[in-house]
Design a protein around this ligand. Structure first.
Ligand SMILES: [Zn+2]
Length: 257
């Protein structure tokens, strides 16, 4: 497992972890270094977020090229589903949702459920309109793009590339910044990391929907719902882990307002 982190407690309570640095990648499958990684993404966003979603799905799916070399580790498929602010998770998929969640300590949040083998079973990325609505018009677009790019990145299991807000922006959206307009790229570092884990995908364009087989467990999903509710509201959890039964865990990353 590549998840490291500093854990201050254990048991059924929220475990604050070290902010997800470069070694804290979550995995969708065994990292064989071959074949790329396929992720099915559900668009449960409303029309205000869908343009940013579509823009960044294309960017993440398109891979990285520096002119001579190109790498393409992500193979994404997108399915439009009903707008769902509650963001009910779907096993085997990354679901993206928005809504006015009130004055939370996050503008964007990603929550991944992992199983006893430490593989992601489902993931949700949520975008809080409360904070977007407070931004001025120019910042709204930039914040949408940055937040979209960032939370999708967590959706693939990526950690942060940098966690200082006020240093020189790297240009990458997994870099925390006070200047989101400078960090709107998916970033070479992130594509290289995914490429080291999964290799290149074989194809070059967005695929139609495909179903991955994941075990369904009602018991785990009930625990999951309670844990998501707790973690979403608990301000002591900025980046945290919560252990569920049978080796399942959730990992929470919040992007602060
Ligand atoms: Zn983050």
């Amino acid at each position: 497992m590549l998840v490291a982190g500093i854990f201050y407690a254990s048991g059924d309570t929220l475990v604050p972890s070290d902010k997800p640095g470069r070694n804290e990648t979550l995995l969708w499958r065994q990292p064989t270094g071959q074949g790329g990684v396929q992720v099915e993404v559900l668009n449960a966003l409303d029309e205000t977020w869908t343009p940013s979603f579509e823009e960044y799905i294309q960017k993440w799916d398109g891979g990285y090229s520096n002119g001579t070399n190109s790498i393409d580790p992500l193979s994404l498929s997108v399915q439009r589903v009903a707008v769902d602010p509650e963001c009910e998770p779907i096993m085997g998929k990354l679901k993206t949702c928005n809504g006015n969640y009130g004055e939370t300590d996050w503008r964007g949040i990603n929550i991944a459920l992992t199983d006893e083998n430490n593989y992601i079973q489902n993931s949700i990325s949520k975008y809080n309109d409360y904070w977007i609505n407070l931004a001025d018009t120019q910042n709204t677009d930039v914040q949408r793009k940055y937040t979209m790019c960032h939370e999708l990145g967590h959706g693939w299991g990526l950690p942060h590339t940098d966690e200082e807000y006020f240093n020189e922006p790297t240009g990458e959206c997994m870099d925390y910044t006070e200047f989101p307009q400078d960090n709107l790229n998916c970033g070479e570092y992130n594509f290289n990391l995914l490429h080291r884990l999964y290799g290149n995908t074989e194809r070059r364009s967005l695929r139609p929907g495909l179903s991955l087989a994941r075990a369904q467990s009602t018991g785990i999903l009930n625990e999951y719902r309670a844990a998501v509710e707790q973690a979403s509201r608990d301000v002591s959890c900025a980046d945290c882990r919560l252990d569920l039964s049978n080796g399942y865990r959730i990992f929470v990353h919040k992007l602060l307002p």
